[in-house]
Design a binder for this molecule. Structure first.
Ligand code: ADP
Ligand code: X2W
Length: 313
């Protein structure tokens, strides 16, 4: 953060500060954002592809603890798609994706649950708890946090059975609220229980949005492995995509949604669910940028893609 040009970032004119003044300016730049979000809940979706580099993983955990000490109430909902893939490969279990969702046989469900709850959740909790006794891991099954029903994919107007994939129909956020009230950082896996006795595999972006709405969060942050939502996707020509959409309204997003391809579709749908469900803003950020969450929360430069409800645009 020390390299940030303070006056420029604040949108003001004046001398460019260097040395200790620049550091102080960066801290002061955070003040209005600290005032605005103090006491508010922030749900952060930590994605499988943004959690592969060790230094970034530590940086992410540091950011969550920073938010806590700054008086916010961070909640982590994590995915783990690449980690599930690796484990299924090792076991020789084949799965595919339909409409961006893993076709989940009972055998695959056992692996999904084991990897998300037993491996990825433990890793995230461990990284955060280097700083102190803050993180408490839980599965969406715990304390009836997420109740799901079987979800069917729609392909070419046809309803397709994709196994034990769940759609969240009820959220009981009491256990998460209690942890937050106790000064903890809840770390939640996107596995849900069904009232039919089944266990369901829920896309982690979708789970994060459902929890953000149920908690009345002040913000949903979705970390991924690209800068945000590109208008020119898939990119044409030799170069990569160049047209990052930095801000859009719920209405504009709803129009774009049917045309989005599978990686971004659940993320943008999650942002739409959040802002239409009362969360004032939702962001998709590049998890490859060190401390992306802090940069987004506490500096004047917006990064990534921000979705706002209609009336705030
Ligand atoms: N319009 C778009 N803008 C940016 N990325 C897109 C877009 N459409 C599809 N994608 C793809 O979505 C991917 C992110 O989704 P995914 O790989 O599922 O992320 P994660 O593992 O973080 O949940 C990007 O790496 C990119 O390949
Ligand atoms: C139904 C479904 O597809 N569930 C996902 C759950 C994990 C997830 O969403 O992980 P990322 O956020 O890393 O993609 C899966 O099985 O991969």
């Amino acid at each position: 953060m020390t390299g940030l040009p303070s006056a420029a970032a604040a949108g003001t004119t004046g001398p460019v500060l260097v040395g200790p003044h620049a550091k102080a300016a960066v801290l002061i730049e955070a003040l209005p954002w600290l005032e605005r979000f103090r006491g508010r809940t922030v749900v952060v979706k930590y994605g499988g592809n943004a959690m592969t580099d060790e230094e970034l993983r530590r940086g992410f955990a540091d950011d969550m603890v920073f938010l806590l000490h700054a008086g916010l109430r961070p909640v982590v909902v994590h995915g783990g798609g690449p980690q599930i893939n690796a484990h299924l490969d090792r076991l020789g279990i084949e799965t595919g994706f339909t409409a961006g969702l893993r076709v989940t046989t009972p055998e695959a469900m056992q692996v999904v649950r084991m990897v998300l709850v037993g491996q990825v959740n433990r890793d995230v909790v461990g990284l955060i708890n280097r700083h102190g006794p803050f993180a408490v891991g839980m599965s969406g099954e715990d304390a009836h946090l997420f109740t799901a029903e079987r979800k069917y994919a729609e392909v070419g107007g046809e309803r397709v059975d994709i196994g034990q994939v769940g759609e969240i129909v009820k959220v009981l956020p009491g256990a998460v609220q209690a942890l937050l009230d106790d000064g903890r950082i809840p770390v939640v896996s996107s596995v849900a229980r069904g009232e039919d006795g089944e266990i369901y595999n829920v896309n982690a972006d979708t789970a994060a949005a459902a929890l953000a709405v149920a908690l009345g969060a002040g913000k949903l942050v979705v970390l991924t492995d690209v800068e945000g939502l590109y208008a020119d996707w898939p990119p044409s020509g030799d170069g990569g995509p160049t047209k990052l959409i930095s801000r859009l309204t719920a209405g504009e997003l709803a129009e774009m949604l049917p045309a989005l391809s599978s990686g971004m579709a659940p993320k943008m749908e999650a942002c739409l669910t959040a802002v239409t469900g009362g969360v004032p803003q939702a962001h998709v950020l590049d998890g490859r940028v060190p401390h992306a969450v802090l940069l987004e929360m506490f500096t004047d430069e917006g990064i990534g893609t921000m979705v706002l409800p209609e009336e705030e645009s």
